[in-house]
Design a protein around this ligand. Structure first.
Ligand SMILES: Cc1cc2nc3c(=O)[nH]c(=O)nc-3n(C[C@H](O)[C@H](O)[C@H](O)COP(=O)(O)OP(=O)(O)OC[C@H]3O[C@@H](n4cnc5c(N)ncnc54)[C@H](O)[C@@H]3O)c2cc1C
Length: 397
């Protein structure tokens, strides 16, 4: 029986799908739109046991995956510690996970610069259209991210929903930080939880996965409400061009970055202001989410962010994409008909994604609860819940 799969999208979701399908005997080609190797996208990634297991299932190692943190520490506006809770976790970077998986792709199976434009499901096979021609396969996996072209054809009604807030992200070199910040914040999963804004930060490896003390970086994540009208302005570059859902970091206008920095000085504890000041090119991303009502139609399936984006509070984007890939490979191994396998995959993973999306929405809503009170971050009524559930795999309640 022929078993040929095309994966659209060569980021983490696509690489997990390719690796795990290949392991169960599929011949897989990954088509990635980017002309150049992907790197430096995103920043920190929180890992979970299930993610570590699935990385190992691809054949990659999880040795030296990232930095081990042991505790979560909450700070107030003046930078004093409010609470400390044990929660061991390994925190790593997008680059690290991507390069581990990318290194395992056989030569010729990963094609850069190929833009998937659509598909035709012929019943017994699927024709995948690209900018440069078409390819015949048994199945197509759309792992082409939150603006997925595959989803755009399969489920054109699915739209990303703006959450009402953005996230500013930045990376500061450990070596550039003052001794006080290196001691009081750097080793921890750090949080600042006043009403109306939120900070999460943690150490990750330095460039080239350098885990040596003094060579690592601190990953800074700052959630901040922005009205839709202001967002449109923030998404407009210096040439007056308005970018749809997000703007490439180098195109963020200097006055937008300066306003962000001024706001940080007004709102944040001194340690986080220092981290932000010492970061190279902080950038913002509007927070959206979406959930496809089905993850498959015939011989075509969606995986990772193409299928569902949960807000980042649960730190599950990569783990969810890995779990999608595992379920795809398992169902394809146990059903004779690929369309039946993909339908079973959808039945399993769509409700799991809903659970993740709802859990992330609940955590996101807590940023705005108790407006007015708790302006110094000392009396957040949801503190225990936020500390226990941020970047943790949600369980059915
Ligand atoms: C602020 C923030 C913090 C986050 N923190 C975490 C965290 O702590 N932990 C975590 O697990 N996740 C986190 N995430 C989410 C995580 O980055 C993604 O969920 C994860 O990378 C899975 O993405 P993906 O591979 O499905 O899609 P993407 O990474 O979006 O990749 C899609 C790929 O498809 C390619 N592509 C697009 N269209 C086409 C086309 N037509 N043809 C061919 N190729 C195409 C793109 O070039 C891209 O390479 C965070 C996200 C944000 C915004």
């Amino acid at each position: 029986m022929s078993r040929r799969a095309i994966v659209s999208g060569g980021s983490i979701g696509g690489l997990f799908a390719a690796s795990l399908l290949r392991k169960s005997g599929w011949e897989v080609t990954v088509l990635e739109r980017s002309e150049t190797e992907l790197s430096g996208r995103g920043a920190g990634i929180v890992t979970h046991d299930i993610l570590n297991r699935l990385i190992r299932e691809t054949g990659a190692t999880t040795e030296d995956l990232g930095v081990q943190v042991h505790e979560r520490v909450v700070y107030d506006r003046s930078g004093h510690e409010v609470a400390r809770r044990p929660l061991p976790q390994v925190v790593t970077s997008w680059d690290r996970v991507h390069s581990l998986l990318r290194a395992r792709q056989p030569a010729g199976s990963y094609r850069l610069g190929v833009n998937v434009t659509g598909y035709r499901d012929r019943g017994g096979s699927v024709q995948v259209m690209t900018d440069t021609g078409s390819i015949e396969a048994d199945i197509l996996i759309g792992a082409d991210g939150f603006r997925s072209a595959v989803r755009g054809q399969m489920l054109p009604q699915v739209q990303s929903i703006y959450s009402g807030y953005v996230v500013w992200r930045a990376l500061a070199n450990e070596a550039d930080l003052s001794e006080q910040v290196r001691k009081s914040v750097f080793p921890y999963f750090a949080l600042y939880l006043p009403s109306g804004t939120q900070i999460v930060g943690y150490p990750i490896a330095g460039p080239g996965n350098d885990l040596r003390p003094g060579h690592r970086r601190f990953n800074f994540v700052w959630y901040l409400p922005v009205e839709s009208e202001d967002l449109r302005d923030m998404l407009t570059d210096s040439a007056g061009r308005q970018h749809g859902l997000s703007i490439p970091p180098p195109l963020v206008r200097p006055d937008v970055a300066a306003r962000g920095a001024a706001l940080a000085r007004r709102l944040l504890p001194p340690q986080f202001v220092e981290i932000l000041d010492k970061s190279e090119q902080p950038f913002f991303t509007p927070i959206y989410d979406h959930l496809s009502p089905s993850f498959a139609a015939g011989r075509v399936a969606l995986a990772g962010d193409a299928a569902c984006v949960a807000r980042p509070h649960i730190g599950m984007g990569v783990t969810k994409a890995a779990c999608d890939a595992e379920a795809l490979a398992r169902h394809l191994a146990t059903h004779g008909d690929p369309a039946d396998a993909l339908a079973a995959y959808s039945d399993e993973r769509q409700p799991a994604a809903r659970l993740a999306m709802d859990a992330a929405r609940r955590l996101g809503a807590m940023i705005f609860e108790g407006q007015g009170a708790n302006s110094d971050g000392r009396s957040n009524a949801n503190m225990e819940c936020i500390v226990a559930e941020t970047a943790v795999v949600p369980v059915q309640g």
